[in-house]
Design a protein around this ligand. Structure first.
Ligand SMILES: [Zn+2]
Length: 158
């Protein structure tokens, strides 16, 4: 069975993956391929939506061993800490933590930075209320490289 998440993990472990952030205890962290909270015209390279993928194919967080759940929670915390360090100075207000699995049934987390208006059009709501066309916007390579470098520096300082 081909799983897009397993393929993503394999790709993240190749050194040249420009989205790669960190190899963690149970998971691999990457910058999300879509960065909706970026205003390219303003020159503001904000954004920083990260995803965290369990290394092996498991569908249910609740069926992992308690030890693995605990290590994965530490991974999630480490990514969030790096986001606060790298994105806080850019105006990030908080991180939303989402572990869904409805579309991709492989344990993963979305760590979504939230900003004030107008960067974040609806700070009081989950991002999933936005139109798919708005969320699936890709990312400019310059913005991507800026975010990846800032987040990697934050990981290196931990
Ligand atoms: Zn998988």
């Amino acid at each position: 069975m081909s799983c897009p998440a397993c393929e993503r993990v394999a790709r993240a472990r190749i050194e040249s993956d420009p989205f790669f952030l960190a190899d963690l205890r149970e998971s691999v962290a990457v910058l999300h391929k879509h960065q909706p909270f970026v205003q390219p015209d303003s020159g503001l390279a904000v954004g920083g939506w990260c995803t965290l993928w369990l290394r092996d194919h498991q569908e249910h967080l609740g069926l992992l061993s308690r030890e693995r759940q605990a290590r994965l929670a530490e991974d999630v915390g480490d990514v969030a800490r790096a986001m606060h360090a790298a994105l806080g100075p850019l105006g990030m207000r908080r991180v939303n933590y989402e572990c869904l699995g409805n579309v991709v049934a492989h344990v993963h987390w979305h760590l979504i930075p939230r900003y004030s208006r107008p960067i974040d059009p609806e700070p009081g709501a989950t991002v999933w209320v936005r139109q798919a066309s708005e969320l699936e916007c890709g990312v400019d390579e310059v913005v991507r490289d800026h975010l990846v470098a800032a987040l990697r520096r934050a990981f290196a300082r931990r």
